[in-house]
Design a binder for this molecule. Sequence first.
Ligand code: AMP
Length: 399
Amino acid sequence: MTYNKKSVEDVSVAGRKVLVRCDFNVPLKDGVITDENRITGALPTIEYLRKNGAKIILCSHLGRPKGEFNMKYSLAPVAKRLSERLGTEVPLAADVIGPDAQAKAAALKDGDVMLIENVRFHSEEEKNDPAFAKALADLAGEGGLFVNDAFGTAHRAHASTAGVADYLPAVCGYLIQKEISIMGKALEDPARPFVAILGGAKVSDKIGVINNLIEKVDTLIIGGAMAYTFFRALGNTTGSSLCEEDKLDMALDLMAKARAKGVSFLLPVDNVIGREYKEDTTFMRIYSDSIPDGWMGLDIGEKTQELYAKTIIGAGTVVWNGPMGVSEWENFASGTRAVAKAVAESGAVSIIGGGDSAAAVEQLGFADKMTHISTGGGASLEFLEGLELPGIACLEDKE
Ligand code: AMP
């Protein structure tokens, strides 16, 4: 799926009311934002709109308030932090589409910024209810514009991510533009060799991605628990490793497809195994691709790390989603660390899907060595799967 969508730079914004869907779903602890990457990520679009004289109405979801006003999920901490970061007061409406939001939107002057409350305070948001979408669009009103800059929810057809585009002209912000241009290029015209690294818990979560990437990559590297489903499909023992018994045929089909396409399909050749699924479990390395009874595979071994690193270092493009082992636990983090290091050193165009792999890269201090760390785990997976993302499909195409 390639997108050639209009961005904020392709339309006039001066004097217009612009409803901007951001991803302000930040982690909070006792009302304090513990990681403000998402706020930082939203600033370029907001600053562009301010500089160009738009009247800016920001909206986002935060957490899962289940369709009710619940101040635990209020965007108040975001409004406060945004005010500090932008150096201008960003008032927060007490409601989403109610009288306060309407009054504050009506009072906006050119360059002003406001935030409405959590769109998920209304159950109509996730149902993509047309009346709710229209009420959101009406905040921008006649002559208004919708800007979607929330890549993390672009795979959801919700009122504030897609529905509003039925009532307002719609373009993307810088964040979405960057996501679709870098990932789009990797899928359509990658620097080769193109290597995809897939890890994580389940093959079943990533069948679509593997299927789509087999059509495009030169090498597919498999790690994480999903490797054990492939092991079992090949007739190896897997002990008590996480293994999807009902996906063995599919695993064989995927490997056959890779063979038919000339894609090299790499599985671990050695493993770190533990007695139990516990952080402090007894563990050891085994120089085998079979896991003995009473043990479970929890990370890739050193030989595999070397083999994978060598392949990654020679790549032109790398796409990575999912850890190589239980990287949350130090004893089983070295595979993920080795892969992160290799990607950082590869000099390849490197794209990190969100979630655990992005967290690992950041935690290890490699973030600035990557070409792109996606801001949406689920959305980037669906993008790599070749699926249409409703929050992007609804935007206007460039002529
Ligand atoms: P995913 O969300 O599918 O990318 O999976 C990430 C999760 O997979 C992380 O929480 C890891 O701890 C887990 N994981 C990776 N390797 C293994 C493994 N060998 N056994 C159990 N869980 C694993």
